[in-house]
Write a protein that binds this ligand. Structure first.
Ligand code: SAH
Ligand code: SF4
Length: 358
């Protein structure tokens, strides 16, 4: 699945592993695979293997992610990992623990080429695509951290750095591995897109019914062209038609993401236009509202809480389903749109200073 020459620990597929283990008893392939995916173990920890083999595996299958820092907020319920990757790229991963689920937010690219001005990742520009192995390993490393606290990862959202549908093959390779080998339910895997229409159409044809989140942020083309530049290529009508077709396939779920920007897309007229778009889909799309998080390169601020609630109530009264998403990790720049993979000033790792926010 990974196209690079030297596979990483979570990039190698079973056939390549079998080749690597040539000369060993055949059951070793299963043992290693179970070690990697069921026990989330490092080769060094695979005590059912002979020591020499453990050492050989550790060297032949290097980890793809090298920790730079780990930051914690929300009393330990949000953890942001900053990693360095081959070629000196940097990415971030966020683990969020809720009472009823544990979610990992993964990056699909180092940087992003889509240029949405309000997003820290977009402001930083594009570095490179991630491989499937680099995406899967983010989940495994976060799942180990969750396990230390007695928790099991149940959900993965492709809402970290990058546009997943601009790196489709690697993202889909990761989805299959997360579903087939880590055992996550397809519906609990959410791909968030800025609105790459051909990608949405191909997603509808894939065999696994993953959940789709479409980052809408504006419900008329004039405003969306400005906020989300890809709208100039795929306008709202084209996007809505692809969303409708996606929902027409059995078992598919879709939501709209809407970052509320003060005075920009939080007016009564925005709610009216958005509710009308939601009603065009069957079943009507669910809207996730989130006040815009601050980023260094964007002057406008998020809508204050009272008006966020007002906007939600207006949507609901217009027949749309809407919920306000709780913001996580703003103090450690781990919230939506804040991931820029910048190294904090204090690089002593792990960074665990700030645990005082709720
Ligand atoms: N590229 C994909 C997925 C990564 S962005 C996409 O755009 O959907 C994850 C989510 O964060 C998207 O819904 C995006 O619109 C949102 N986002 C970006 N910048 C934000 C900000 N400053 N505040 C709140 N949400 C933001
Ligand atoms: Fe890229 Fe998504 Fe950020 Fe837009 S919002 S720049 S698509 S990561």
């Amino acid at each position: 699945m990974s196209s690079t020459a030297a596979p990483t620990r979570y990039g190698i597929d079973r056939d390549a592993l079998a080749t690597l283990l040539d000369g060993e008893p055949r059951y070793r392939v299963d043992q290693v695979w179970q070690g990697l995916y069921e026990r989330l173990a490092r080769p060094e920890e695979m005590s059912n293997l002979p020591r020499a083999l453990r050492e050989r595996l550790a060297a032949a299958l290097p980890e793809a992610l090298h920790p730079i820092t780990e930051s914690v907020s929300d009393r330990g319920d949000t953890v942001k990992f900053l990693w360095s990757l081959a070629g000196d790229a940097r990415i971030e991963t966020v683990l969020m623990l809720y009472p009823d689920r544990a979610t990992v937010c993964v990056s699909s690219q180092a940087g992003c080429a889509m240029g949405c001005g309000f997003c820290a990742t977009g402001q930083a520009g594009f570095t490179r695509h991630l491989t499937s192995g680099e995406i899967v390993e983010q989940v495994v490393r976060a799942a180990r951290r969750a396990r230390d606290g007695g928790r099991r990862v149940s959900n993965v959202v492709f809402m970290g750095m990058g546009e997943p549908l601009a790196n489709e093959a690697a993202v889909w390779g990761a989805v299959e591995r997360l579903h087939g080998d880590l055992g996550l339910s397809a519906r609990h895997l959410t791909i968030s897109t800025v609105g790459i229409v051909p990608g949405i159409r191909r997603l509808a044809e894939r065999r696994l019914p993953v959940t789709l989140a479409v980052s809408l942020h504006a419900a008329n083309d004039e405003l969306r062209d400005e906020l989300v530049p890809i709208n100039r290529r795929y306008d709202l009508d084209t996007l809505l038609a692809a969303c409708a077709d996606f929902l027409a396939v059995n078992g598919r779920r879709l939501s709209f993401e809407w970052a509320l920007i003060d005075g920009v897309n939080d007016r009564p007229s925005d709610a009216v236009e958005l509710a009308a778009l939601c009603r065009r889909l069957k079943p009507a799309a669910h809207v996730n509202l989130i006040p815009l998080n601050p980023t260094p390169g964007w002057p406008t601020t998020g809508t204050p809480p009272a008006r966020v609630a007002e906007f939600r109530d207006r949507l609901v009264s217009l027949g749309a389903n809407a919920t306000v998403r709780r913001n996580r990790g703003t103090d450690i720049d781990a919230a939506c749109g804040q991931l820029a993979a910048a190294t904090p000033v204090d690089v002593s790792s792990p960074r665990r200073a700030r645990t005082d926010t709720g």
